[in-house]
Design a protein around this ligand. Structure first.
Ligand code: EPU
Length: 337
């Protein structure tokens, strides 16, 4: 375990923000993690996974623990299902590809989501009709205070839309070390009803899709709409899709007849923030070295050397403008540091 000092976090966050870590250590095992937590002269710690859901607006004056604990294993299996455990430092998409190579179904709709396995439960990652919670069994978590491992079941995690206990009461108290999933081995349940997936499969001339085909379709859609963080810095959706009352939605519909909405409950409707932002005219706008992605208004981008505060200011301007036009307060999905 080697501690480095004053190193740039640019390669460690997908927004590509050049902030410094006062101290930085790469963690390869739970034992190393426990050791790092007992280092007396570094009381402040900062947990870094894949760095794909954060906007750094300042240097990190703490000991950054870069979680790089690797390993994927089959815990048990029967004819129908397999229980697979992946460690926190596995890259999410590579883990999904490993599942597909083994013909294990359940995560294919979540192909190409940036970030690591250990961060995925924190915001219950989701895309194209599936959320992490749908295949989740449990995760093992290290309690920062007691340095003991505890297991969290699906119920314990209190998953919700881009939310879990790890964003709420457990925030800053524990570190996810591994995640266990239940995946299908045969009779895979495909989720292709999400409009763009069925269109993409039709375009690929696939009538009886496999889980691998669904993954390919998802990858194509994502590549067409979302910027590749290796080429253009970004953190995926910058904002959450707001949930508003059906009454408020009906009123908006009078002025904006084409406003999309997805029913959440009898009294609530989720509205795509990307649509709201597009209506404000921000889509595709570039300001210096940062801006709003041209294919998906929900994504803010860093074209190279933008700093986190520039992007944060743009985010606030977008929030204000959306609020003025629609009377809806959209919230950031990424963690502002
Ligand atoms: N839309 C616009 N303009 C835009 C973007 C979207 O009008 O610039 C409209 C689309 O036409 C469509 C609706 O908004 O009617 C929804 O768009 P899309 O299917 O692209 O999904 P989204 O709601 O914008 C969410 C997730 C994405 C996920 C996609 C696909 C959130 C905050 N975002 O985006 O997740 O990939 O659905 O399931 O829930 C992420 O979290 O980082 C992320 C990329």
């Amino acid at each position: 375990m080697q501690i480095k000092h004053n190193i740039s976090l640019k390669p460690y966050n997908t927004f590509g923000i050049d902030a410094l870590a006062r101290h930085f250590v790469t963690i390869q095992s739970v034992e190393e993690l426990k050791q790092a937590l007992t280092l007396k002269n570094h009381p402040e710690i900062f947990i870094l996974g894949g760095g794909s859901n954060m906007l750094l607006t300042k240097n990190i004056d703490a000991l950054v623990l870069h979680l790089n604990i690797k390993g994927i294993s089959i815990i048990s299996e029967d004819d129908q299902f397999v229980i697979v455990q992946a460690h926190a430092g596995e890259n999410w998409h590579e883990f999904v590809l490993w599942c597909l190579e083994n013909d294990f179904g359940g995560l294919e709709n979540l192909s190409l989501i940036p970030g690591n396995v250990g961060s995925a439960p924190i915001q219950n990652i989701g895309a194209y009709g599936i959320e992490l919670k749908d295949a989740f069994v449990s995760c093992e978590v290290l309690d920062i205070k007691t340095k003991t491992l505890k297991t969290y079941t699906k119920e314990d995690c209190k998953f919700d839309y881009r939310n879990s206990i790890f964003k709420q009461e457990e925030k800053g108290k524990s570190i996810i070390c591994n995640v266990t999933f239940k995946l299908s081995k045969k009779n895979h349940k495909l989720h292709t009803s999400y409009g763009s997936i069925s269109n993409q499969l039709a375009e690929m001339k696939i009538v009886h899709p496999t889980i691998q085909d669904v993954s390919k379709a998802v990858i194509k859609i994502r590549q067409s709409k979302l910027p590749d963080p290796k080429k253009i810095g970004n953190s995926g959706s910058f904002f959450k899709n707001p949930v508003i009352s059906t009454n408020a939605y009906s009123k908006l519909k009078e002025n904006f007849p084409d406003i999309p909405g997805y029913t959440v409950s009898d009294t609530e409707i989720k509205v795509p923030a990307g649509w709201l932002i597009e209506k404000t005219g921000f889509k595709g706008k570039q300001f210096g070295d940062y801006g709003v992605h041209k294919e998906q208004a929900l994504v803010l981008v860093n074209y190279g050397t933008a700093n986190g505060n520039d992007i944060l200011e743009l985010a606030r301007l977008i929030q204000k403008t959306v609020n003025q036009l629609f009377n809806i307060a959209i919230q950031a999905e990424v963690n502002i540091i």
